[in-house]
Ligand binder design. Structure first.
Ligand code: ADP
Length: 363
């Protein structure tokens, strides 16, 4: 006996019962179901639109789809699930000409906790997943991003080039430095390593604005911003210029450092930047472990993961080879990638949970 031919709408209807494992809502409600094709022998090929290329363990979605479809549709053939990724965001940089879907600030309550290492790793990790990423070093007083990515020193001076603006007129834009496909901008490119950087409030504000608005970032999925530790100056400037996807707060596990993290979280809340979560860096024997997770729960912010203390991280940072920490053989890879995934998912979740404002009908 031949089985009846199944239809696309039958498959779509059944997929309503499949929840996204990260966000916990139906794939259909989340607009994640793309084209569905029915082939010979009732074979089904479905494309799922992921909210980020850094989606963790996507095979869970294929398994859930395969289980639900074979239970609900008798006679279904082989089920093939394909994925693509569409990063959505607030796109809030429009007013200043920045075309980034999501802007992520990385902050900490104090220096030396690994904030720049985490910012650089977030940028590299998201890029390795396939996202279009920029990294802006706003740590004006201690710019370490160029060094961490091996693009410091002579030969790495951003050029100014003329481009055609949206209205057809020529505009001058700063060309970011290319670090293996990652677009990087830092005050460190503009001053010598031994020169002190002396800037006052208004100039600081102007510099940050210029880096955001006048750098040729192109279209980005994620722009990561490494903030200076402690103060809220630049966070406030950013908050006034655009709506950030949120802030990632880095701390170490010991009690004193955690108090600084609490201050940083409260600072972000004060300047209306949502906190995406807390990262515990340098977990391990010397500093202890788990403090940040507990603090995150107390503060009602997500915990984005931990990075063990590992001499290799310092060695690679010193050598400008943060990228190599993502090599398959590197023990830090899993920890760093987990933080990239959790951050990207947290952004997607926040976006889906914040209802879009209804568009006013023009009469
Ligand atoms: P911050 O930006 O908070 O001042 P950095 O990212 O510059 O901190 O890191 C401070 C120092 O700690 C650097 O030498 C860096 O290589 C090192 N470091 C960061 N994270 C780790 C880690 N998990 N294990 C070992 N060393 C680390």
């Amino acid at each position: 006996m031949c089985a009846a031919t199944i239809t696309e709408s039958q498959v779509r209807e059944s997929l309503k019962a499949v929840n996204d494992p990260e966000i916990g809502r139906s794939l259909v409600d989340l607009d994640m179901v793309g084209p569905i094709e029915i082939g010979a022998g009732n074979a089904v090929s479905a494309t799922i639109h992921l909210p980020t290329p850094a989606y963790p363990r996507r095979e869970r979605i294929s398994q859930a789809i395969q289980a639900v479809l074979s239970a609900k549709i008798p006679g279904i053939g082989h089920v093939d699930v394909k994925f693509d990724a569409h990063v959505k965001g607030k796109q809030s940089g429009g007013a200043i000409g920045l075309r980034a879907q999501n802007v992520i600030a990385v902050g900490s309550g104090k220096g030396g906790v690994g904030k720049s290492t985490v910012a650089a790793s977030l940028a590299v990790g998201l890029q390795l997943c396939g996202a279009r990423v920029g990294l802006m070093d706003a740590d004006i007083y201690g710019p370490s991003i160029p060094h961490l990515l091996g693009v410091s020193g002579p030969g790495h001076r951003p050029e100014i080039a003329e481009e055609q603006g949206p209205d057809g007129k020529a505009v001058r834009r700063i060309q970011p430095i290319d670090a293996e496909g990652l677009k990087v901008m830092s005050i460190g490119f503009l001053v010598g390593p031994d020169e002190p950087i002396i800037v006052r409030g208004p100039i600081l504000h102007g510099t940050i604005r210029q880096f955001l608005a006048e750098t040729a970032w192109g279209e980005l999925d994620y722009l990561i911003i490494d903030l200076p530790p402690g103060t809220g100056d630049i966070a406030l400037t950013l908050s006034q210029l655009l709506g950030l996807a949120g802030a990632v707060v880095v701390c170490t596990p010991q009690q004193l450092a955690l108090l600084d993290a609490v201050k940083a979280i409260n600072m972000f809340r004060k300047v209306k930047i949502p906190v995406l979560g807390l990262v515990e860096n340098m977990s391990g024997d010397i500093f202890g472990r788990g403090g940040a997770k507990q603090k995150a729960a107390e503060m009602h912010v997500p915990f984005l993961g931990e990075i063990p203390i590992d001499a290799q991280i310092r060695v690679n940072g010193d050598a400008g080879r943060i990228r190599d920490l993502f090599a398959e053989s590197c023990p830090s890879r899993g920890h760093l990638m987990n933080i990239c995934e959790q951050t990207a998912i947290q952004i997607a979740r926040t976006l889906l949970e914040t209802p879009a404002m209804p568009t006013l009908e023009m009469l």
